[in-house]
Design a protein around this ligand. Structure first.
Ligand SMILES: Nc1nc(=O)c2c([nH]1)NC[C@@H]1CN(c3ccc(C(=O)N[C@@H](CCC(=O)O)C(=O)O)cc3)C=[N+]21
Ligand SMILES: [Mg+2]
Length: 287
């Protein structure tokens, strides 16, 4: 028996269709086009792919996406001025600063300088606090996409034992907050966790967000469990670049009840949720 595949490409198409009809409404009734500003500092090739995909999907949904490219050596002051300008531009509804920034720039300071109402990543302290205290507003895109994927398999998540592997601010922590909000029993596991394998083996759902290629294998997974793979790792196979997740798909798909693939899983859902957030932000900014 092979696990059910949770198809992120197909599901993201569905989400984007809903986004497209919201966009059409905003255009017809309010004469606005939801607009996302993406700020890219430097030339990271993985980021370029992400930016290209975002622009393409935004166009498909009838939205506007504008990339602002700064060179890798730009000063904090130059970046602050750009964000200031975007914060005050009424035509811009969402701002995303691609992370991580070059090491001489301060990620935290930059995130805090984005207007919370335009913070479509949901990383601003105000939006983080809102989620943590159970009043989610703009919610981080990757965890939001994971929740949509989970709802396909588990219409009711109440009481499920979930292990989130990874404690980053962009995935692990907000993921745990959303699962708690959905009445799951949540464990966050990380590099210092003891008996991590046994913990996962007890879980109805495992969310893998550690950034280590094929880290989680079939020995960690309870038969029939749902596995969400957030990892996108480029590895070298016979001299060719290949994308793999944090989960050893090959072995885990034989044990799990449902699993997300890489590529074509969480990645496309992240982009769909980014455009969903941008459209929501535009709606909230209506005068
Ligand atoms: N402020 C900020 N917000 C982010 O959300 C953010 C970021 N910075 N920095 C970089 C990471 C990475 N990330 C991806 C999202 C989708 C795919 C994606 O769609 N991947 C495709 C494959 C892409 C390929 O072929 O290389 C897939 O998984 O099927 C990848 C990577 C968002 N990030
Ligand atoms: Mg970690």
């Amino acid at each position: 028996m092979m696990a059910q595949l949770i198809d992120g490409k197909q599901l993201s198409d569905q989400v984007l269709q809903e986004v497209a009809s919201e966009v059409e409404l905003l255009r017809a009734e309010h004469d606005i086009v939801p607009t996302l500003a993406v700020v890219l500092v430097g030339e990271d090739p993985a980021s370029q792919v992400y930016v290209r995909n975002k622009v393409k999907r935004a166009e498909e949904a009838g939205m506007c996406s504008i990339a602002h490219r700064l060179d890798a050596e730009c000063t904090q002051d130059v970046l602050n001025k750009l964000i200031d300008h975007l914060n005050n531009d009424p035509k811009v509804h969402g701002i995303l600063v691609q992370l991580p920034l070059p090491s001489h720039l301060n990620d935290e300071e930059v995130i805090a300088s984005i207007h919370p109402a335009k913070d479509v990543d949901g990383f601003h302290p105000l939006n983080v606090g809102a989620l943590a205290s159970g009043r989610p507003s703009l919610v981080p895109c990757t965890p939001q996409g994971c929740m949509i994927m989970l709802s396909q398999v588990h219409p009711d998540l109440s009481g499920k034992n979930v292990v989130v592997v990874g404690r980053s601010n962009i995935v692990g922590k907000p993921m745990a907050a959303l699962l708690l909000q959905a009445n799951c029993t949540v464990t966050i596991a990380h590099s210092r966790t003891q008996n991590i394998e046994a913990l996962c083996l007890n879980a109805d759902i495992v969310v893998a967000a550690v950034g280590r290629a094929e880290f989680i294998n079939a020995d960690w997974i309870k038969p029939g469990a749902t596995v969400i793979d957030v990892g996108i790792n480029a590895i070298d196979v016979d001299g060719k670049r290949k994308l793999v997740g944090d989960v050893d798909f090959e072995s885990v798909a034989r044990i799990a009840g449902a699993i997300t693939p890489v590529p074509g899983g969480v990645g496309p859902m992240t982009i769909a949720c980014l455009l969903l957030n941008t459209t929501r932000a535009a709606k909230h900014q209506l005068a």
